[in-house]
Design a protein around this ligand. Sequence first.
Ligand code: HEC
Ligand code: HEC
Length: 303
Amino acid sequence: MNKLYVVGALFVAAMLGFTYVAMDIKGGMNGDIVNMLAIAGAVVLVIVSVFVVTKYVRQMQSDTAGGELAEENWDSIGEYKNPLPMGWAIIFLGLIVWAGWYFIVGYPVNAYSQIGEYNEDSAKANAKFEEKYTSLTAEELHNMGESVFLVNCAPCHGLDADGMNGKAANLHKRIAEDSVKHVVNNGANNLKTTFPGGMPPMLLQDKAQIDAVAKYVANGFKADDAAGKAAFTAGTCNSCHGENGEGMPSVAPKINGWDAEMVSTVLKDGKKGAIGAMPAFTNLNATQVKAVSTYITDISKGE
Ligand code: HEC
Ligand code: HEC
């Protein structure tokens, strides 16, 4: 008997053995017709493959080239003018047609996707939210802001926004002295979307002046604090932040209190400072950001 048939028969036996073991690991046949069909399909595939492969291996062993040679040759390697095998040509053209079908009507383009369903659902929910909460009074914004705060911000800033002993910023006031000193010494460029230029470090280097300016800013720009006011001018702080820290659009934030722009830009970009890092919050929509800004502005005024 031909050696190839022996090898083929052994191969079939091995494949069947593997299939049986694999089925058994998954809990056996369980009398399930689908499993039986799968096994039968596997057996047919294996047998057909073995016979096809055997046929061609034998043909390769015994075949000689034939037909009419083309005129050109490449370093004496010639080419026969054989016609394309019909089966191959049909499969080739069929695949082109099938690829067109697959791309336009078939699987991926029109298929159901979980991400698509999720996006559709959240777009619907967002539209409903926008419709329901179009014109909110200041009080409604404050209340919505409070609930947004309790869910998203309280874990770090504390239930009453006092920063939990310095774990995060105390939001009842705009800024603490240590944080002012930190930005003066190190500069800052967290809020790139709103203030792309950032703040350069070392505008003041004299320790007494830095202390004075920190006290001045943290205590809310007291008019009678002459030393602080002088340091603020000496450090050219006023050229960006304005005379009383009211801020300048696209140049520097308001530092004499909170405003919606400062809170929303912190939420958009996150912020690293003297205390630590605050993550960006991209899951809040525009109304929620406005609400939480209102809430923070209110509590910093003691409301
Ligand atoms: C070139 C313009 C510029 C100058 C001058 C400048 N700042 Fe700023 N300052 C900024 C910008 C921009 C930011 C926002 C930084 C960021 O993106 O993180 C900022 C942020 C701050 C903050 C807020 C930090 C916080 O954590 O919220 C304080 C306080 C501050 N500056 C104080 C000062 C003081 C004091 C001076 C003077 C010594 C000064 N700045 C000079 C541009 C400036
Ligand atoms: C993972 C902890 C964490 C969470 C959650 C968090 N923050 Fe913060 N936040 C911080 C820390 C830390 C700072 C201080 C950053 C620094 O060193 O300046 C801060 C600072 C701030 C500042 C002050 C920025 C400044 O310039 O002084 C604002 C405003 C703020 N957070 C608002 C919020 C809001 C609103 C939420 C909820 C939507 C929130 N934070 C959630 C940790 C957090």
